[in-house]
Ligand binder design. Sequence first.
Ligand code: SF4
Ligand code: SF4
Length: 473
Amino acid sequence: MRASMFNVRVPLDGGDSGGDVFLMNTFTDAQLIVSRDVADLMDRIREDHVPQTDEEREALATLTEHGFIVRDREGERQKLEQYFRNIRHGHDQLRVTVLTTLQCNFACDYCFQGDHGDYNKFAAKMTLDTAARVVEWTRERFDTLRPETFVLTLFGGEPLLNLPVAYYLAEQLWKVSVDRGVRMHVNVITNGLLLTPEVVDRLAPYGLNAVKVTLDGDHDTHNRMRPLRGGQGTFDKIIENVRRVAGKCRISIGGNFDETSVDSYPALLDFLREQDFADQLARVAFKPVIREPRPEQPKGIIPLTAVSTSGKPLNGTCMTSAGGGTSICDQCNFLDEKMSFLREETKKRGFSTVDGVHMGPCEIHREHAHTIGPDGALYACPGFTGDPKLSTGHIDGRKEDWRAHAASRFEALAAWQECNDCAFIPVCAGGCSVAAHTELGNMNRPNCHKSSFEAGVVSLARDAARRETSTVN
Ligand code: SF4
Ligand code: SF4
């Protein structure tokens, strides 16, 4: 027997904790607070270990039951590989993200898509014909996979700029789901400007699950970062829209920060706390803005949109809000220290947020999670829609070698295999492949933000210690 490679520990020194240690196993997700003696016992464990006392035998039984002690490293590695195979091929859930349009009504400071120049004039928009083919394609997937759950995420660009397609997809796919006894959920990722009670009422009967709205800081900061083309602010309108729909559906607030805006987030959080809809916000979580690379740029930032060799944008999705619902995409490109700061500030104000540890594996590791571009091209995740060469297929079933080749590259993704014995592999899987592709030129290399996971565990440990103290008292 030996200690699991997926154990992480945080000493709960000082105060009431009396030298206890918080233990977490990222593979089994077990969390325990144990005495330092028990934590030390794990370090002494060898294959031929014989417990010396009843107390030690009992401690070892508990640690083994929760996966902190395993038979051997080889067996544990085999289980890890099986875990990733199960994730890749699992078909209980079919996830489809549809980019209804690449047009956007914002002219964000950090984005060269959207309402700048004549971008919107040429940006792709899904037609109702293509939407009908998306429904047919999904129907065929249902019949092949027989999933229990179907998650449709409407995304863009700004998805609400193409309401006919958004409504059509929700309505038609709902019918297909009901016919086959599949549970359907709809998520919408929107900038919030066109989010009205009418939109929510129209989507609600078709399994509307959550709407994610982006706020990039407090009133003034957001208006600077996310204005309309004429420079008009959008903050007040978005807040008003959220107020009108809160209570009708789950709303989560996402935000993008950079070095000029991060300090405004506590003021935004205070503002949100004071609103009458504060308790109806399902989640509040922030991540760094994704920018075009510049030589002086700090490590950890990838382009908003992939660019071709000529430096022109390739029509990709809006990476500032990639990911739907509880999607892993909130892990992309974070600046570790700032993320921890914002997470703690968010929790302090009583909002639910990401814990910084349970971040993955993201949907790129799932064979049955797809992103569909406005033209019907299939992608492995929203982050790769900027590069059509990496399309993995097409909803019309056309067979093309180059798409098959791209699909096989995604099928083989296993960046974690270069992560040696990192304890975070089960919840990280080697990091964001889009960031690795853009920053390192190889999607199958780890893109490591280990210090952020470590900070997340410290935060979980503090929460567990607080809970234990309040239970004891
Ligand atoms: S690879 Fe990156 S952008 Fe794509 S789903 Fe995973 S975390 Fe999100
Ligand atoms: S990318 Fe870093 S944190 Fe993630 S599994 Fe690999 S070594 Fe661990």
